[in-house]
Structures are given as C-alpha cells and as structure tokens.
Design a protein around this ligand. Structure first.
Ligand code: BES
Ligand code: ZN
Ligand code: ZN
Length: 490
C-alpha cells in the first residue's frame, strides 16, 4: 500500500529517496534550473522527448535534498496535458518501484488552474504504473513505493489538492482491484467467488448487494445466464448492486460481461484462443470497481448494477448449437455458436435492468474479436440506440485517456441475426461481427437509452503499456467513473 500526501514545499527541500521531475522537450533544460540539474541534462544530451529518462544520484555540490532525481521527458509543452502526464509518469514509475519514498513535481507541469486534475492524475499514475500482480509469485515483491509526496503549486488550495489526491487513490485502488480480479485465473475465481468478492466490497463501502443463486435465476427466467452456465461444474450467479445518492430519482444502470472463463463451450476455441480467456469477466470487474468508486465518492445520483456471471464450458450438460433459450422477459434466442456466449448472459441482465426503468443503461463486455480487428488493442467500441448517450461515453473516455470510438448500430444488419426458429439467433455472418453482436443486445433494452462498450481489445494487453504491466488493464473503469460523475453533475 502506498500512502500519498500533497505538499507545497519547494522540490529542492524534499528529503525523499527519489524526486521525479518532468522535462519539457525543446526548452533546453530551462525547467531544471531550480534543482541545479541543467548540467546533468546537458551532459546526458537529453532532449525531453517522451519516453526519455535519466536517474541522477545526488552529488556533493547538488542543491537538492533528495537522494536521487529521475528526469523524465514529457514531450513538447503544447502537447502536455493531464492524460499525457499520467502516461509518462506511470511508465517512469514502473522502473523505480525499489525506492521506498518518492516525491514528484509532475503535477506542476500543467497550468495551476488544472492543478487538482493533475494531482489526481499523478496519484493514479503512481498506482497504475507500479501495479504488479503478485498473488502467485513465491518471491516477495521488493518494490515498495511506500510513501509518495505530490508536490503542488505553492499557492494551490490545500484542501482541493488533498481531495484530488484522495480521489486519485480511490480510483487507483479500484482499477488495481479490477486488474486483480481479471488477472486471477478462472480456476480460483469461478462465478460464486466473483460474487463473494462483490459482497465483500459492498459491505466495505456500504452498497446494497444481492447475489442471485442458480435457483433464483431459474425462478426469475434468466435462460441466457443458465444456458451458458450449464456446461460448467461451477454454477452461474448474478450480482445486483445498488447505490443511492439521490433519494428517489431515476437511477442509471450498469452491467458487464462476467464470463469467468470462455472455452467457447461446445463450439470450442483452439488452445491459443483460450489462453487469455480468464479475461472474459473484464466487463464485470470494471463495473464492480466503478460501483466501488461511486460508493466512496458519493455523487448525487442513483446507480443500479446487475452483473451476470457464468463459466462457458463444454460437457455432457452443456448447451448445444441449435438449442433455443428463453431470456428474462420472454425473448427467445437460437444458440448457433456457443462461443457467442457473452451476448446471451447480457441479454438477461439488460432485460432485467430495462424493467427497472432507468434513465439509461451502459454495458461493457469483452464481446467480440471483430471489435479488436476494427479498433486494435487500445480503443473500445461504443454502440448504442442513442447518439447523445454514446457521445457522453466518448467524451468521458477522452477526458481520462481511455479512448472510446463510436461505431454504427446499423439496423439493416438486423436481418443477419434473424432466426428461422426463434426471435433472434446469436451469431451473424463473419463480417461486421461487433455490430451484429451489438444488434443482438439491442433487442433486450426496449426503448431505454443504452450504450454498449466492446472492450475485447483494451481490457487485457499481451504486453506492457505506459499505464501498466502485461495483463489486465482495468479499462474502462476510469471512463465509467467519469461518465457517472458527469451525469451526477459533480
Ligand atoms: N470472449 C470472446 C471475445 C474475445 C476474443 C474477447 C478475444 C477478447 C479477446 C467472445 O465470447 C467470443 O468468443 N466471440 C466470438 C464470437 C463469434 C463466435 C460470433 C468471436 O469474437 O470470435
Ligand atoms: Zn466466446
Ligand atoms: Zn466470451
């Protein structure tokens, strides 16, 4: 656990093990005058380009108190913003986790009126960049980063800075938790265990939580969740969470795909296709983490979440291609490919949420390989029946540096998922697979304004990025939090 504090002390006086200082490209090291490091900058022929860094141990004649200084290139001044700072700092932090106490002037690299946002981003950067998944490593992680001092502009409002740091901590912790849930192998995190984690979290932060058992799902008519789950020895669940921050006002609704493991079912994946499929509850994890943040930040809004979780396995009891299932609310679907299972469980949770008449529904899911083909590993696709709502998510994503791009919910393609025997079938043709998946989901929301975020690409990365190591990313927790806060008018 890292503890954070904010301080207006001059950087030069901070007695940390390491002081992390941003270097702007193209100013010839002018920003380093205060620390007296302009000579080190020149000697190392630094330019301030993004990605550049240099560790300078203190020498006798140096004018700063920290034992070491890390100079980090952040690119040209006109390209520096809160999101680029978060990335540059997170990337730098990954290499200096061995220092127990760290201070940084990164929050001072943007104009003072953005100081609060910058402080939050700095704290997030340190949490995200130093994140490691250590659960199964027998050697103790000696990366510590126990104490972090965020240096703020000398005239900054101390209370506002403190609050921003606290928000950053809440968000950083929740993203780390979402990453832990996704990185934990399916063997140790079946649906019932995900539900237990949710209950524990709800109790800790004061959310209402109801876990639907397999029997309760049967009684409630959740045929999609049951159909996908019935091939597994680990029975399915649905997690219902409620946050009340605005009395009786109409809530917003969230759901996320919680496939504990996606083997494909009888339409089985090949070995390589299965390797990362513990990630298939990334949508569920991000909704859990978002709810956790909401409960801690207490915005004036009501939020309900219903998170379906099942394990998609082949077995003698598994659903079969050609089976017809009846979803919550009565719509039937023909299961032609058991590997298109995410939409089947989300159909139930979307129908359930639509019944509650929320002002809008947002779902997020590692839904299709097709969306990864379209947008690559970094960008989430947004599909929905309400352009203004979709744009709210695009805007929220842009604000926090989690890119979301709106994609077409092209109604003409609905014919691709028409079934000869049921109301709808669960696969279209090969092309446009992310769109037909979204169209399938759209059948279950009625008239409720709804947006679906396909996070098959950004939820899980095969190699490290600026914001964290290989594995779960925690996307789109920060975008969802921002969306909910914007909605609450906070
Ligand atoms: N969980 C997968 C989608 C996925 C693929 C997520 C790669 C992350 C990385 C999903 O359940 C799936 O298997 N989708 C199929 C749909 C197809 C059968 C219509 C796909 O994308 O191939
Ligand atoms: Zn699948
Ligand atoms: Zn899946």
């Amino acid at each position: 656990m890292t503890t954070f504090r904010t301080s207006t002390d001059p950087a030069r006086e901070v007695a940390a093990d390491l002081l992390i200082v941003p270097v702007v490209e193209g100013d010839g090291g002018a920003g380093l005058k205060e620390t007296g490091l302009a000579d080190a900058y020149a000697a190392a022929r630094l330019t301030g380009k993004k990605g550049e860094d240099l560790l300078v141990p203190r020498r006798d004649h140096d004018r700063f108190a920290a034992a070491n200084v890390l100079l980090v290139g952040i690119g040209p001044k006109d390209q520096v913003d809160v999101n680029s700072l978060r990335r540059s700092l997170a990337k730098a932090v990954a290499g200096v986790r061995r220092f127990p106490s760290v201070a940084t002037t990164f929050a001072q690299a943007v104009p003072a009126r953005q100081a609060a946002d910058a402080v939050q981003a700095v704290v997030e950067a340190i949490d995200l960049g130093s994140y490691r998944f250590g659960r199964y490593k027998t050697a103790k992680d000696d990366g510590a980063l126990a104490k972090v001092t965020v240096l703020v502009p000398s005239r900054a409002d101390a209370k506002a800075m403190k609050r921003a740091a606290r928000t950053g901590e809440i968000v950083g912790d929740a993203v780390g938790w979402a990453r832990d849930l996704v990185n934990t192998p399916a063997g140790d995190l079946p649906p019932a265990e995900i539900a237990r984690e949710a209950q524990k979290m709800a109790k800790q932060v004061g959310l209402t939580c109801k876990v639907w058992s397999e029997n309760q799902l049967k009684q409630g008519g959740f045929g999609g969740i049951l159909g996908v789950g019935k091939g597994s020895a680990n029975p399915p669940r649905m997690i219902e969470l409620r946050y009340t921050g605005a009395g009786k006002r109409t809530p917003i609704a969230l759901t996320g795909k919680g496939i504990a493991f996606d083997s494909g079912g009888l339409s089985i994946k090949d070995a390589a296709g299965m390797e990362t499929m513990k990630c298939d509850m990334g949508g569920a994890a991000s909704i859990l983490a978002t709810m956790k943040v909401i409960a801690q930040l207490e915005p004036k809004i009501n939020v309900i979440a219903a998170i379906p979780s099942a394990e998609n396995m082949p077995s003698g009891t598994a659903q079969k291609p050609g089976d017809v299932i009846t979803h919550r609310g009565g719509t039937t679907s023909e299961v032609l490919n058991t590997d298109a299972e995410g939409r089947l469980i989300l159909a139930d949770s979307l129908a359930f949420l639509a019944e509650q008449e929320p002002s809008c529904i947002v779902d997020t899911a590692t839904l299709t390989g097709a969306c990864m083909v379209a947008l690559g590993a970094d960008i989430a696709g947004a599909f929905g029946n309400d352009d203004a709502l979709a744009q709210e998510l695009v805007t929220a994503g842009a604000a926090v540096g989690e890119p979301i791009w709106q994609m077409p919910l092209w109604i003409e393609y609905k014919q691709l998922i028409e079934s000869k025997v049921a109301d709808v079938k669960n696969v279209g043709k090969r092309y446009g697979g992310a769109i037909t998946a979204a169209l399938f989901l759209s059948e279950f929301v009625g008239d409720t304004p709804w947006v679906h975020l396909d996070i098959a690409g950004p939820a899980f990365h095969e190699s490290a990025t600026d914001l964290g190591p290989a594995g779960a990313t925690g996307v789109p927790v920060r975008a969802l939090v921002r969306f909910v806060l914007d909605r609450a008018g906070a």
